[in-house]
Design a protein around this ligand. Structure first.
Ligand code: PLP
Length: 451
């Protein structure tokens, strides 16, 4: 069967380009199921994708939590196009180009405190996580805390797919078959359906779970712990909202015990909660911020680690002609990514997109919770412009219902969702309007009980 027959009648696409889907090994995908019944998108604009047959699909997930400014924003497209014609690439080791420095400065203007004065660029969230972990370990050595080598994460956390990220992450399937870093431990998850199901916004119960960090401190001694990394709000692992006061407590414990606090803001950065970072939303300032995705609104791969001056300064203790951090990527601060970053952050500010998301949040919350009584729904959670709908497992198989709802939404309702197991995750572009929210919710009201 050709791909044309599989997707059922192309009107728009040139078939010569799509004779086979076989050669691409798709990431985090059920490759055989996809190839038997593909979901292909060919164009995008604003809050919509266009399927290869020309049908519009409402983007309920900003791509993969990244296209916060909506798709193909003309100012961002223009910036990338003109940069491509001016400087395609410049070496990033021992060399630079002005736009990289400008991009760092621009990004710092979104940071939660003047203490953040340095940016290390990468190409993804995973690379940013591993970079931050390395910077933390090196920092402790530079300041003479030789035993501070333990990294602490949280059960159920997702920190990308590097060996560092899967080690501090808390998802067993992502670790299966792979060797992991030594010197890693995890605090307990904050997710608790019994106590917190159907909470609106931050759950009331659970700030005391932060005390689990004391258990780890007692186990090893604070003088052996380098850093604690956490997603302020976990997205990919099923939209887990921090209990009220949890992050504040974590900050206090880290400060008290001289442990670096790293916020992984790959999903929460750039307006998801109506603020530049979750740090501003929760009024909790970490020591490093990891970001990616919305940094360029998904247009060009880029990630970053935003670092406090004190941390950068600790590395500047040797001979000035010797490399201070033995780490970096060929494409760190790539010119196209730098151009995309600057244009994207300008669009966020000029168009007030973070405020727009903040204003949408109460409507979003009401709309989501209007699904509370649906069959198969065991929890609904929300914060800012993020929503999670947890469904019960079907036939003892995790993810079966989630997959069917996701597939049905795409093929029949023309709405793009995400699913993790049986949890539907939603994060529309920040430009989405009330009628788009209504469309997503109406589709779910129709589909969820069917499965
Ligand atoms: C919190 C968090 N960290 C890291 C990553 C990894 O980012 P990437 O897929 O760009 O490597 C993700 C991706 O979803 C994420 O949600």
């Amino acid at each position: 069967m050709t791909i044309l027959e599989k997707v059922g009648g192309f009107k728009v696409i040139n078939m010569k380009e799509f004779e086979s889907l076989e050669n691409l090994w798709m990431p985090f995908s059920a490759n055989r199921a996809f190839k038997a019944k593909p979901r292909l998108m060919n164009e995008a604009k604003g809050v919509h994708y266009k399927k290869v047959n020309g049908t519009l699909v409402l983007d309920g997930t900003s791509g993969l939590w990244c296209c916060n400014a909506g798709h193909n924003h003309p100012k961002i497209v223009q910036a990338i196009q003109s940069q491509a014609g001016k400087l395609d690439y410049a070496p990033s080791f021992q060399m630079g180009h002005p736009l990289g420095f400008k991009a760092a400065e621009k990004l710092l203007s979104f940071s939660p405190s003047g203490d953040f004065q340095y940016v290390f660029f990468t190409n993804s969230g995973s690379e940013s996580v591993d970079t931050a972990l390395k910077i933390a370990l090196g920092y402790q050595q530079h300041r003479g805390k030789k035993d501070k080598k333990i990294l602490v994460g949280r059960e159920r956390a997702y920190h990308g797919v590097g060996f560092g990220g899967i080690s501090v992450g808390g998802l067993p399937l992502n670790k299966k078959h792979f060797s992991l870093l030594n010197n890693v431990d995890h605090v307990v998850t904050t997710h608790n359906l019994e106590k917190n199901a159907f909470s609106r916004g931050e759950p009331e119960w659970g700030s005391e779970l932060a005390d689990d960090l004391y258990r780890i401190i007692e186990k090893y001694g604070a003088d052996r712990i380098a850093a604690f990394i956490t997603e302020p709000l976990a997205g990919s692992t099923g939209v887990l909202i921090p209990p009220k006061g949890y992050l504040q407590k974590i900050r206090e414990i880290c400060t008290e015990h001289d442990i670096l606090l790293i916020f992984d803001e790959v999903i929460t950065g750039f307006g998801r909660l109506g603020t530049p970072f979750a740090a501003q939303y929760f009024d909790v300032v970490p020591d490093m911020i990891v970001c990616a995705k919305g940094l360029t609104s998904g247009t060009v791969p880029m990630g970053a680690v935003i670092v406090k001056k004190e941390i950068y300064d600790a590395y500047q203790d040797g001979d000035p002609k010797v490399i201070d951090l033995f780490h970096g990527y060929t494409y760190s601060a790539h010119p196209l990514a730098a151009a995309a970053l600057i244009a994207t952050l300008e669009v966020y500010s000029d168009e007030g997109l973070f405020d727009q998301a903040a204003q949408m949040a109460p409507y979003w919350e009401d709309a989501l919770h209007s699904l509370n009584e649906l069959d198969n729904v065991v929890d609904i959670r929300n914060l800012g412009f993020v929503g999670g709908i947890e469904m019960s497992m079907r036939n003892g198989k995790i993810g079966e219902r989630g997959y069917d709802v996701f597939e049905n939404a795409f093929h029949e309702e023309n709405v793009l969702l995400r699913f993790t197991g049986d949890i539907i995750a939603l994060s529309p572009p920040l430009i989405a309007e009330k009628h788009h929210v209504d469309q997503i919710i109406d589709s779910l009201r129709k589909i969820i009980p069917l499965h």
